[in-house]
Design a protein around this ligand. Sequence first.
Ligand code: G6P
Length: 625
Amino acid sequence: MCGIIGITGHAAAVDGVVAGLRRLEYRGYDSAGVVTTDPEGLRVVKRAGKLDNLAGALDGQPLSASTALGHTRWATHGEPSDRNAHPHLDPSGRVAIVHNGIIENYQTLKAELGDVRFASDTDSEVVAHLIAEQLTASSTAATAADGTPDLLAAVRAVVARLEGAYALCVVAADDPETLVVAKHEAPLIVAQAEGVGYCASDVAALIEHTNEVAALLDGQFARITPQGIEVVDVDGVPATPHAYTVDWDLAAAEKQGYDHFMLKEIHEQPQAVADTLLDRLNAPAPGLPPRLQLDELRIDEGEFSRIDKVFILACGTSLHAGMVGKLAIEHWAGIPVDVEVASEFRYRDPIVDPHTLVIAISQSGETIDTIAGAAHARNQRAPVIALTNVVGSTLAREADGGLYTHAGPEVAVASTKAFTTQIVGCLLLGLYFGQARGRVYSSEVADILERFDRVPDALREVLELDGQLRELAQRYHDVDYTMFIGRHAGLPIAMEGALKLKEISYLHAEAFPAGEMKHGPIALIEPGSLVVALAPAGHVFGKMVSNIQEVRARGASVLAIGTAGSTAALTEHADDVLTLPEPPHELAGPILSVVPLQLFSYHVATLRGEDVDQPRNLAKTVTVE
Ligand code: G6P
């Protein structure tokens, strides 16, 4: 939530900041703003609404400076408006800040400042006031050895008083070439390239400048100047951030001719799945049978024999991937698995001990609910595995072990390729645990992996249904209510289908286990309702057909998603039937069956004229609770 970028030492810093904000806009798009520094003072331009509003304002009021700081906002405190847009200044205009997170004690801090007028309703503005106060008080620690005000020391002193989560970036008029940043429970990376210093919320904003970055750890601060970056801890002692190399480039973060990022990312799925499956089967030593190896896991195979329970923690789309993970782990490893909404986990009393394995799934690796849930489990000495798409993300760093999906950058708010690769990650983990616990023989593992290798081609076949899905969207884009139903591996996909549709088209959509419908939800069905039924061939197909008949009898139109082996039987029960190839393994079925639902939602949303990549009220990376 909220994107930050700062640049110092670049002749076109403002242009660089606006370009960086474009790549961060998926983090929030309620307003955007920029501040520049020079010895004459700070200059701020900010506008409510999307970044284009700010860009337009800058066209009419160009700013030129070598140091600039920008922000794109997802509103928490204070409505989206010009005055609540960041950056925020102190009353004297000496200090400007941008903030991602929530300052929980902002009201107390405001009260401590006494009779001061605030220019916004945000929780963030108070930080600018406090830093300016620090710089002004001559006897504070906020003074360098030569007696000049020390912005880094002032920020450290103020941050010690903050409660909540923050990635903060601060500039001051009297130190115009310096950016000072602080990080606690919200992501912040820093980088230096060719005499230019950078900070940003994530690498997408910096990838056109460098792929060598460093993620600050909680409690770290950095002073960024064109000459270099100094990182310290809360006591001012030099500290080391997490440095890493980004393994994708600018082209991967661009639309490449597609109308929307979401469409591009849907079409990238065959490659993303193939990349996530790549090179997983290896002989441990010459002459030995090949085994599934997950090198990044960093948890010894032997440890899995001690695990007697698994929790999967995730939010949103990642949660639905976790539901497939449960099926895979229980099937291959025979360990009971609970899938938990991460935001609920630490506020109850989950039974977690060192024999519990926690798998935290997060595309971004920065979702605060998932990070906090994983930390809660670690405090109880449970090993935590992070399944993430972002190397160097907070979750990846804090977990005991990990598995990366190789989806490349996902920009659209509605997650697609991250989801299918998360399912691949879950299948690999389930198979690996089964292998480690001696429940799946090496030959079976090799056979299953060989079948998974056929998934990318099957995905390409599914993508060819796009034309049919556009027609279906034409027919159904005005329905009042859509219910998605499924059983077994179809249920997580029903849930994901409903989420996709509501996220980007704002249509009312819900998902239910098909067998549960008769206990209440079927009362919602009336003529004009649409039911999307996941009905692949398999052991629950007969039951799905009965459930389809039940909703049809009550006047719903039925769109059935079947497979080659099931569609002949479906045609007499459904208004529309889509035929997917038979998946090479039943548990890989969800990877295929979600794709038509992604495309259906995409076409419905575009037909309704909605902003597919930036749906209202949402943000891609949710760093507040
Ligand atoms: C937001 C996004 C969803 C995403 C969820 C979890 O709500 O809009 O697309 O599934 O966060 O994100 P994560 O990065 O943890 O997978």
